[in-house]
Design a protein around this ligand. Structure first.
Ligand code: 5GP
Ligand code: MN
Length: 320
């Protein structure tokens, strides 16, 4: 696919969805596509499904129009997923995907198996939002669409810092900026700013973090009872693993939090040599070379032991 228009012929109803616990790239790409369809294909009845995005994304146009509930019986001519690395990450929109007459996947995860009928997956591109930009007519990108796409690009590149950031990423960001939105505010309020409680929790996780493997690996964790104590949910914990990764000498950072008793969400980050997407895939998850995740069960010690055993094994493997 070269342009989104190619898959819109004859389409009367369209659904768009992102992954569970949507991050900035997920919200940005889904909303960017939604706003584009609304603006330039008024004959298409379009819906966007996102699992309760954080209020920090409230500045994105029409974000109040997102749907968070499944309505049985509804079927779409076309269902498009953005930033979704695997079918089981679709959350409530899964049944719509299964019953849609045509499906497409716009993504940038190396681990994506290509689960839709039309798969536009660019594993070398920094964000799904950047992949989406390549499918739109640049001259049709108005300020609202630009704001959404820029949000996704800024979030998944760690504000244009990670090695996935390319000259093309910067060129596109520059083009988007020309539409005149307040980029400093977007970066500050949606990316860096934390609530007081979020900062307290991050401080606590950092203080209790453990260094392993001669300082090459750092692990932070939060148990359910502590999440309940602070009144935080998974989506309040963004940024903790990134801070752990910034510890001098560390090659791999891991952060785990207990979603339900003995059921952990694991986030992995790598500074280079270890491909954490392989570690995540080994445990049934997925992601990118330097940022990946999975779900794991057991006590916090079981999870840490299993993770570190697999990381040690991969560290000892000769680099391909
Ligand atoms: P995070 O640690 O920020 O939740 O996720 C890092 C990256 O790994 C993201 O690109 C995310 O989509 C992917 N990822 C996280 N958890 C999972 C998972 O359970 N399954 C899959 N397939 N990908 C995941
Ligand atoms: Mn992404």
């Amino acid at each position: 696919m070269n342009n989104i228009g190619e898959i819109l012929e004859g389409v009367k109803t369209m659904g768009i969805a992102g992954h569970v616990r949507p991050d900035g790239d997920c919200v940005g790409s889904c909303m960017g596509l939604y706003l584009y369809i609304k603006a330039y294909y008024p004959e298409i009845q379009v819906d966007v499904y996102l699992d309760h995005p954080r209020p920090v994304f409230g500045y994105i146009d029409c974000i109040d129009e997102i749907k968070t509930q499944y309505e049985p019986g509804k079927e779409y001519d076309l269902f498009v997923t953005c930033d979704v690395s695997a079918r089981d990450r679709l959350a409530i929109a899964g049944p719509y995907f299964d019953t849609a007459r045509n499906t497409a996947c716009i993504d940038h995860h190396v681990s994506n198996p290509g689960f839709a009928r039309i798969n536009h997956i660019r594993g070398d591109v920094s964000s799904a939002s950047e992949v989406l930009y390549g499918l739109l007519d640049p001259e049709k990108i108005n300020r609202s669409i630009a704001e959404a796409i820029y949000t996704g690009m800024a979030h998944d590149t760690g504000v244009f810092q990670y090695s996935s950031t390319s000259p093309e990423t910067m060129r596109i960001a520059g083009e988007l900026m020309k539409t005149g939105f307040n980029f400093s505010r977007i970066i500050d309020e949606s990316f860096y700013q934390k609530t007081y409680v979020q900062n307290q929790v991050m401080g606590r996780v950092l203080a209790e973090s453990i260094m392993l493997m001669d300082g090459k690996c750092i692990i932070g964790y939060l148990k359910k009872k502590d999440m309940d104590f602070y009144g935080v949910e998974g989506k309040d914990l963004d940024g903790i693993v990134s801070q752990l990764r910034l510890t001098k000498g560390v090659e791999i950072a891991m952060f785990l939090y207990e979603k339900e008793t003995q059921d952990f969400k694991v986030s992995l980050r790598s500074n280079g040599n270890v491909d954490v997407s392989r570690v995540a895939v080994f445990f049934g998850g997925g992601g990118h070379t330097r940022a990946a995740g999975c779900d794991m069960q057991g006590s916090v010690y079981d999870v840490i032991n299993n993770l570190t055993a697999e990381i040690c094994r991969q560290m000892q493997e000769p680099v391909a």
